[in-house]
Design a protein around this ligand. Structure first.
Ligand code: ADP
Length: 166
């Protein structure tokens, strides 16, 4: 490894919305790399609750005092975006074996089609079951998700779900 090499990583995801689990990966990740770009995209398999702009804003509020972290919206192929940013590596989080199976396939594909490497960070034990999907679903039925998402996200979720139920 080249000593003192500047490492820029991209953490891509839909972050719909960002959870304490994502934040945990971000906080661990920035200890390893010099710059981390949180890249907010759209997963074609999932309908999003928050708009891209809202998702970016919520993350920006959370990382504004964290040096080395940037937030951007992106469209298209993740590997193309990674290359356009001159980043060396993709960062992804792992919660369980189901994630491993899916992420393994994704990482191998990204390396095969574009030569882009992926690194993984295991989530903090507390967040092993936290998913954005679960937050959206439990939130819709009025369940208390306040311990799983940051306060700014909780406030926006209440407003969003309130306006949806009208
Ligand atoms: P995507 O739609 O690309 O899967 P997500 O926003 O759901 O986007 O997830 C982005 C990344 O964050 C993925 O690598 C996912 O495994 C990881 N992640 C999501 N929730 C957690 C969590 N609770 N702990 C650790 N990693 C997580």
């Amino acid at each position: 490894m080249t000593p003192n090499k500047f490492v820029r990583a991209v953490f891509p995801g839909s972050f719909d919305p960002i959870t304490n689990g994502h934040l945990d990966v971000i906080q661990r990740g920035i200890k390893i790399v010099d710059e981390l770009i949180i890249a907010v995209g759209d997963n074609p398999e999932k309908d999003s609750l928050f708009s891209g702009e809202e998702r970016v804003q919520m993350i920006q509020e959370l990382v504004k005092d964290m040096p080395g972290i940037l937030v951007e919206r992106f469209t298209g192929l993740t590997v193309e975006y990674v290359k356009s940013k001159n980043a060396q590596v993709i960062l992804r989080g792992l919660r369980n074996l189901t994630d491993v199976q899916y992420e393994f396939q994704l990482a191998l594909t990204n390396r095969a089609v574009a030569g882009v490497e992926t690194m993984f960070i295991m989530t903090g034990e507390k967040y092993g079951f936290t998913t954005s999907t679960l937050i959206r679903e439990v939130g819709r039925f009025g369940g208390d998700v306040s311990g799983l998402i940051p306060p700014n996200v909780y406030d926006r979720l209440k407003v969003k779900l309130g306006s949806l139920s009208k």
